[in-house]
Write a new protein. Structure first.
Length: 272
């Protein structure tokens, strides 16, 4: 079987392979509370989907490898939840910058970031913008779970998708049921959902409350509004079937983008 994980490629194989400038997927995730029933390391999902997308791309003739996953994400809302490990935004950006610089130093310019954490989004944009300005190399990023959220209505219908979408629910719980069913503790799922309030207003997000049709930002901690790590969706509605559909579509989208990306110039410019 063709090796796709960079950590499994020998130094001798690397010298030959990397001279061909294959597509390199860089999976990112986080190590934080994903609900009382789910493993905290959501980076394992991003790594697995990257691997599956790379294998499909290789089968379709585009040589693709997967860099070692970065397990710790940029900190955002979950510092108050026990056991999590996060990097400051400055440290996350520095780590990402150093990793990308190492790849670019050896002529690996076909890089795609496969992101699985909202706290990484701004750091990815800042670092890749910096590289584009300084080196002219365009590094795109796919935010996997954002794509997953957008896929849910097409898979489940809008009504059920609305009930199951949220932190600690879908898309991640169904994806976990598909990829890592032995790690899910369905017996720990709560029997009901809470509707937290702050300032007498319904909490609409991890740092917002709803007021007169708008969102108002508030500096609240996640353990105050989601002490069990679940907010906005019901994980009891998650399923292997939904997870299978999500993984299949994410892999399909990922491999299709890899194939398109591989046909483009490595030093891209905007086309009118």
């Amino acid at each position: 079987m063709t090796k796709v994980k960079m950590e499994e490629i020998t130094g001798g194989e690397a010298r030959e392979l990397y001279a061909e400038n294959p597509v390199v997927l860089l999976p990112l995730g986080s190590y934080e509370d994903q609900g009382v029933h789910a493993p905290m390391g959501d980076f394992i999902y991003a790594e697995k989907i990257s691997e599956l997308a790379a294998r499909k791309a290789n089968e379709n003739g585009v040589r693709t490898v997967v860099a070692p996953v970065v397990p710790f994400g940029g900190n955002d809302y979950f510092g108050s939840m026990p056991g999590g490990i996060a990097l400051s935004q400055q440290t996350f950006s520095a780590v990402l910058r150093d990793m990308l610089s190492c790849l670019l130093r050896h002529g690996l310019t076909r890089i795609v970031v496969m992101n699985g954490h909202s706290g990484n989004v701004h750091g990815i944009q800042a670092v890749t913008q910096e590289i584009y300005v300084q080196r002219g190399v365009l590094i795109p990023s796919l935010y996997l779970w954002q794509i997953g959220h957008r896929l849910l209505p097409t898979i489940l219908g809008p009504d059920k998708a609305k009930m199951v979408s949220g932190h600690g629910a879908d898309p991640l719980t169904s994806i976990a049921l598909k990829l890592f069913p032995n790690l899910i503790r369905s017996d720990l799922m709560p029997t009901s959902r809470s509707e937290p309030q702050v300032l007498g207003l319904r909490v609409s997000g991890f740092a917002t409350v709803g007021f007169d049709g708008i969102d108002v930002s508030v500096p609240i901690e996640s353990n105050e509004i989601a002490p069990n790590g679940i907010f906005g969706g019901d994980p009891r509605l998650s399923s292997v079937e939904t997870g299978t559909a999500l993984v299949d579509r994410l892999v399909e989208i990922g491999s299709a983008f890899i194939e398109h990306f591989s046909s483009q110039p490595t030093q891209s410019t905007v086309q009118a």
